[in-house]
Design a protein around this ligand. Structure first.
Ligand code: BDP
Length: 718
């Protein structure tokens, strides 16, 4: 159990025998062409039912088999193919949208129909997931995705340091796609990845980093990309490509990359033609422009819309789409010591202002969930409420860049649910984020989800077995944002580990407590993850948050803390929300405590709705969060013998580490603000850690060397 098959283990279940009479005995695929998603569905059904129940099914036998006079065939295909041979069925089949599926399971006779081939495969995976959870009863189900765009972004580099392919903000090893500046010869892992993604309804992968290398587009590498698309295709997963805006100059040798320049436009058309020649079903492009040093249209005083539309035009004849990122800001001009009103949170709103009706209809704006950058808590990006005519996709980060990098357990579905359920009250009407990206609030054809996943070559994919619940939840929520965090988690746990009640209870408790715990010990009240901001985004470093343009600025001094983002006195960010929401955030009294310091600059002695002062809340929350983390390894130990030793030990190791590191977080942050404010902890704990062993008190033995801890407050002695 090395994690490689994720939740698709098809492991034998208890009570399998009782199911045999309710299972199909043969499989009929309505498209038997190898490599088609329907063919794949047949393979999965036979592999799954064999694994879970030990029953071997006959695949595409010459005649449909009738056991005991009953038809016990599992038929899988598109609605279209089915109706062709069963015209009478047309009237009783439900309406399906692209990628949707219909399941009818009745005493071994199983009908799995997709609106398209991909939908049929999704239906097969769904049926198998129900079986693998021990349920072999009859049912019918119609399932349609909430949004058409359900993409994965991988931040894989083609080349790193001249040797291999690393993954930016990836914590599970090297790239499964690239090596040494080229596409890997062996793409077995890429195919396995596509299988996992298809099983949770994800339909495209952008394989190369948003910080794109122009060399991705050499003819040799385009051939390589085509090979990736080939291994994805049987799973209905399409390939998308990240572009570097300056490629016409750096790769093409032109003297410009101005999006209105005819030669530049022609160059991109040539690239698009060359890609579609190799990959006729390519999903489209992803572009990061004018952000963190990346080139873009603004380099030539062109608007973001002019930049995005250039690609949109080249893609249109092929039905391709462009995901254009809203993550636009200039880190060189954002320096609070120069301009205290400079606020990175304002950037996207400002740059996209006035562009809503300027984008082509195959442009979708990909917006990170919050206005800064995947922090432990952020308000939802106000840009979702500004784009009424332009399609929008929400970018969520499965990879835990700021959230413990898979060395900490942080189950993210509860956070994503809060974001997706957030109601912007546009024009005073219900306007939930999920309804905006799902195209329900504003009538738009395109929209949806982009998840930054960043798996790697490690057999656990993400570096930690438990972190895979986040990938699973991402797929499930992109398909159906009304699914519950706990429901998703339990499904994943049953498929990944076991349906043993104890296992379910423990993993549920750990996971559901993990985000609140991490928020408590890493940065609460909306102050953000007080992590090191400049280097690895890992571990505590509250001092690094201020005075640099990449950070969100705690603005902490001896008496006060928090970023004033009000209109009346601050950076004006709260004014980017529709009136009802803006009014809520504008006022300290109505701002929820968990975002207080995001929107307001207040004294440490400010009293919260809970009755505590800000500083005492800080102290208490850091103790509470790390105390919760201490319970994780103990809870996990109760599962010994109930799951395989390999994964048991792997997870335990990480939870023990997390428990320890949460204390480092707690003491670093608390000591930092204690030193700054001089206000004592009423509990008498902060600054008083008699059990800690100072490195200075130890004797240096062989194999150890002296190291100056930076930031200083992360060291014991402070
Ligand atoms: C930040 C990451 C950086 C990414 C950037 C982005 O630290 O590696 O390139 O976001 O999303 O979170 O473009």
């Amino acid at each position: 159990e090395d994690g490689l098959s994720g939740w698709l283990r098809y492991a034998p279940i208890k009570g399998a025998k009782g199911c045999h009479s309710k299972l199909p005995s043969a499989i009929l695929t309505l498209n038997a062409t190898e490599g088609s998603p329907v063919y794949t569905a047949g393979q999965e059904l036979s592999q799954g039912i064999s694994g879970i129940f030990g029953k071997e099914l006959e695949l595409n036998a010459a005649e449909t088999r009738h056991g005991n006079g009953r038809d016990t065939t599992a038929t899988v295909g598109t609605v279209h193919a089915y109706v062709d041979s069963n015209p009478d069925a047309a009237a009783r089949l439900p309406e399906l949208v692209d990628d949707g599926f219909y399941l009818d399971v009745s005493r071994g006779k199983v009908l799995i129909l997709g609106q398209n081939e991909r939908g049929a495969l999704y239906g097969a995976f769904h049926y198998l997931s129900v079986l693998a959870q021990g349920n072999c009863s009859d049912f019918t189900l119609t399932s349609n995705p909430d949004a058409p765009i359900r993409w994965v972004n991988q931040w894989d580099n083609m080349q790193d340091g001249g040797t291999h392919g690393s993954v930016e903000r990836g914590y599970g090893g090297d790239s499964i796609f690239f090596w040494d500046g080229k596409v890997r010869d062996d793409l077995t892992r890429a195919a396995q990845y596509a299988r996992l993604l298809a099983s949770i309804g994800l339909n495209a992968v952008v394989a190369n980093n948003v910080n794109a290398d122009a060399k991705t587009l050499t003819p040799e590498n385009m051939d390589g990309l085509a090979r990736i698309a080939d291994v994805f295709r049987p799973y209905g997963v399409q390939l998308g490509v990240s572009l570097n805006f300056a490629a016409p100059e750096t790769l093409g040798g032109l003297s410009s990359f101005d999006p209105l320049d005819e030669t530049v436009i022609n160059w991109w058309q040539g690239i698009t033609d060359a890609l579609y020649k190799r990959i006729p079903d390519m999903a489209g492009y992803l572009v990061k422009a004018n952000s963190e040093g990346q080139p873009g249209p603004m380099t030539y005083n062109r608007t973001l819309a002019e930049g995005a539309n250039m690609f949109a035009h080249t893609l249109k004849p092929y039905g391709g789409i462009i995901l254009f990122r809203a993550f636009v800001y200039d880190h060189r001009t954002l320096n609070q010591t120069l301009d205290w009103k400079a606020d990175r949170a304002n950037a996207a709103g400002n740059y996209f202002d006035g562009l809503d009706d300027k984008f082509e209809d195959n442009v979708v704006i990909q917006i990170k969930n919050g206005p800064i950058d995947f922090q432990v808590r952020e308000p939802v990006s106000p840009l979702f409420s500004h784009l009424v005519k332009t399609g929008a996709a929400i970018e969520l980060q499965v990879s835990q860049e700021y959230l413990g990098q898979q060395a900490h357990l942080v189950y993210l579905a509860p956070m994503w649910k809060e974001i997706l359920d957030f109601d912007f009250r546009v024009d005073g009407k219900p306007s939930r984020t999920s309804d905006i990206v799902g195209g329900k609030r504003f009538p738009r054809k395109l929209g949806g989800y982009a998840g930054v996943v960043n798996v790697g070559t490690n057999t656990t994919w993400l570096g930690s077995h438990l972190a895979m619940s986040n990938l699973y939840a991402y797929g499930r929520l992109a398909w159906d944002p009304s699914a519950t965090s706990e429901g998703i988690l339990q499904e994943w746990t049953k498929l990944t580990f076991s349906d043993d009640k104890k296992v379910l209870d423990v993993i549920t408790k750990l996971s559901m407590e993990s985000w609140p715990a991490y928020e408590n010990y890493s940065g609460n009240l909306g102050i953000q993850t007080l992590t090191d901001i400049l280097l690895g985004h890992y571990g505590p470093n509250p001092a690094s948050q201020d005075g640099n343009p990449w950070g969100q600025w705690t603005r902490a001094d001896a008496d006060t803390i928090g970023m004033d983002r009000t209109v009346w006195n601050g950076t004006g960010f709260s004014g980017q929300y529709p009136p009802e929401i803006a009014a809520m955030y504008e006022d300290v009294a109505t701002t929820p405590d968990n975002l207080l310091l995001w929107f307001h600059h207040v004294p440490y002695t400010q009293v919260l709705k809970s009755g505590k002062t800000v500083i005492q809340h800080f102290y208490d929350a850091h103790y509470a969060g790390s105390a919760t983390a201490q319970t994780f390894p103990e809870l996990w130990k109760t599962l010994k013998g109930r799951i395989d030793d390999e994964r048991y030990e792997h997870v335990l190791y990480r939870l023990v580490y997390q428990a320890g590191h949460s204390l480092v977080w707690r003491d670093s942050v608390n000591t930092f603000y204690f030193n700054k404010s001089g206000i004592a902890d009423t509990g008498g704990r902060v600054g008083n850690h008699p059990y800690r062993i100072e490195a200075e008190d130890m004797t240096l033995a062989g194999g150890y060397r002296r190291y100056d801890v930076s930031p200083f407050e992360a060291a014991s002695g402070a």
